[in-house]
Ligand binder design. Structure first.
Ligand code: ADP
Ligand code: MG
Length: 369
């Protein structure tokens, strides 16, 4: 049956959760759209798991309501919410085979033997482990066990799938491979995924939209590119990707652009994106990604330029980082990091060498401090 659908699948309306003196989730308002892959991203302790557990029905909101398909779910027990879940510490029953582990939620639901066998086979195909049904969990690698945990969450064909840091126990290579696989499964099934991670690269890779959590609130809800290109707060700019930061004061406003006077006395131009930054006299913090800074060759020009000194060259394989200093600019030690693609090996730049750095105005964001 196709559900008569509003585009909103899940709605958190003013949801808060208090544990004693800790307000783990504060007035959360969030709509998850039908069929989207939405990620809750944030540092440890920011309330991601708590939000997910309330949706799953394992925790009760202190206030506010959660709606699924426009209906309040407060009184629906977890096993009746039709939600598939994958946790960080996947627990397969050790004494059962993989097939028995997968069949279990279907047997509980009273499905017939033939249908169960067919679904077990199809879900094993989906996680690319066909033929492993007769193994016991201890005969599988960590990555294979995690795939079975994903399969188990999908086997009763839920329309909503929740995953809480499902890949964090895996090594980097396997984690990256599983990111693509889970994304692919999402695309094939077309159901709604709410995914929790503290890993920004994972969030950028997998998601349609990302909600950045900080201390129980959402700082920004955007698609990955917008989040990276146009962070709206200093926290988001610092949490997603690397950035160079300089403090300054707005001298002049010209539409969306501002001229900002840095501590060094130098004036540079930036795009005002944060709250209350397009105002003369506003204190701002400028955020500039290392890969948007360029080394200027003699005679080359850029929207914004400054003189710096090379301190260190760091070889990163596919890229090279130049750690520079410029007086009155950059982080605590006046440091500026430039990231350049490695097209022709390490440039011959000795520590102490003077360089000119340049960047485009629209790549430098003025945020509220
Ligand atoms: P995250 O998943 O983003 O790491 P959590 O949702 O687990 O964050 O936790 C948010 C806050 O709530 C933290 O300060 C955490 O210590 C607290 N918290 C979570 N669960 C409980 C609990 N059962 N009892 C008391 N405090 C809790
Ligand atoms: Mg958590």
């Amino acid at each position: 049956m196709t559900e008569k659908a509003s585009t909103v699948h899940v709605r958190f309306a003013d949801v808060s959760k208090r544990y004693g003196s800790v307000l783990a989730v504060k007035n959360l308002n969030l709509d998850v759209l039908r069929g989207e892959f939405l990620t809750l991203l944030g540092p440890s302790g920011s309330g991601k798991t708590t939000a997910l557990m309330m949706l799953a029905g394992f925790e009760e909101p202190t206030s506010g309501e959660i709606l699924v398909n426009d209906r309040r779910i407060d009184n629906v027990p977890p096993n009746r919410r039709g939600i598939g879940m994958v946790f960080q510490n996947y627990a397969l029953f050790p004494h059962m085979t993989v097939a028995e582990n997968l069949a279990f939620p279907l047997e509980v639901r009273g499905l017939g033997k033939a249908e169960i066998a067919e679904r077990v086979a199809s879900v094993l195909d989906m996680v690319r482990l066909p033929g492993l049904g007769e193994r016991r969990p201890d005969q599988l690698s960590g990555g294979q066990q995690q795939r079975i945990a994903v399969a188990r969450a999908l086997i009763f064909k839920p329309t909503l799938v929740l995953m809480d840091e499902p890949l964090s126990a895996l090594d980097k290579q396997l984690r990256e491979q599983m990111q693509y696989e889970i994304k692919d499964i999402h695309a094939r099934l077309g159901v709604t995924f709410v995914y929790v991670t503290h890993d920004q690269t994972e969030a950028l890779t997998m998601s349609d939209r990302i909600a950045v959590f900080d201390a129980g609130t959402i700082q920004q809800l955007s698609d990955p590119a917008t989040l990276y290109e146009r962070p709206q707060t200093r926290f988001v700019a610092g949490f997603i990707g690397e950035n160079n930061r300089f403090d300054g004061t707005v001298e002049r406003v010209e539409g969306q652009q501002v001229a900002v006077r840095l501590v060094s006395g130098l004036t540079v131009r930036a795009l005002a994106v944060g709250e209350d930054t397009a105002r003369t006299g506003a204190p701002v913090v400028l955020s500039l990604r290392p890969e948007r800074l360029a080394l200027l060759h003699a005679g080359a020009e850029a929207d914004n330029m400054l003189q710096a000194t090379i301190r260190q060259t760091v070889y990163g394989g596919d890229h090279i980082r130049l750690v520079c200093t410029a007086e009155g600019v950059g982080g605590p030690a006046g440091q500026l990091v430039v990231k350049i693609p490695n097209r022709s090996g390490v440039p011959s730049l000795e520590p102490g060498a003077p360089v000119r750095l340049g960047w485009r105005t629209e790549d430098c964001l003025a945020l509220a401090p």
